[in-house]
Ligand binder design. Structure first.
Ligand code: GLN
Length: 200
């Protein structure tokens, strides 16, 4: 629940209920298997470097393969900050710890000593360039490979790395962003885009 990430789940639940659509939220604790086929929409929140390192063993024990398969299968994902980094190939922390991650998205992250912190504003290509607002706090700089598109462009803040003006990542039905906030209550049209993707 870093920077209110769990609020995104509450937001999705509430917007579904308002429309009379049943919803069940299931957590996936460390040590318990993830079954990609059982979910219609997956959420991975942020986490600090320490927590990401703690999860490595659990990922290697089967979850990474399951997430990768679900992504390839077209399952919708919303992944934020540490969760976004975790979907990529690896994360090398600012103090040199190498975290080999899920590899579901062709991207990687390298930590820098200067943290990128503050309110942010970026465009969302899937919403015709509409602006999304949020809050970012990360040391990781993320670089996208050729098979991954950005979620949009930075208007204010740092985005993926503070260098190329890009924010977030899009691949199949994966939406990944550095923006906490919580993101979805602040940007209901983006919440509905995710719900619509899952329903379709
Ligand atoms: N550990 C990551 C970083 O500092 C992600 C932090 C976060 O999820 N806010 O880059």
């Amino acid at each position: 629940n870093l920077y209110g990430d769990r609020g995104n789940v509450l937001c999705m639940e509430q917007r579904l209920r308002w429309r009379g659509i049943d919803v069940t939220v299931a957590g996936v604790p460390v040590g318990e298997p993830l079954r990609g086929a059982d979910g219609d929409l997956f959420f991975i929140g942020g986490g600090q470097d320490f927590e990401l390192e703690v999860l490595l063993e659990d990922l290697a024990g089967g979850k990474a393969a399951e997430v990768k398969a679900a992504v390839e299968d077209g399952k919708p994902f919303l992944a934020i900050c540490g969760g976004y980094q975790m979907l990529g190939n690896f994360y090398r922390t600012w103090d040199g710890v190498q975290c080999d991650f899920i590899g579901a998205l062709d991207l990687y992250t390298v930590g820098s000593e200067k943290r990128m912190i503050g309110n942010c504003l970026f465009t969302c290509d899937d919403l015709g360039g509409a602006g999304l607002v949020g809050f970012e706090n990360h040391s990781g700089k993320t670089y996208l490979g050729s098979s991954v598109k950005p979620l949009g462009k930075v208007l204010s803040g740092y985005g993926n790395n503070g260098e190329d003006g890009l924010e977030g990542a899009r691949y199949r039905n994966v939406f990944a962003t550095y923006s906490h906030g919580p993101l979805l209550p602040k940007n209901p049209a983006f919440c509905d885009l995710l719900l619509r993707t899952a329903l379709e």
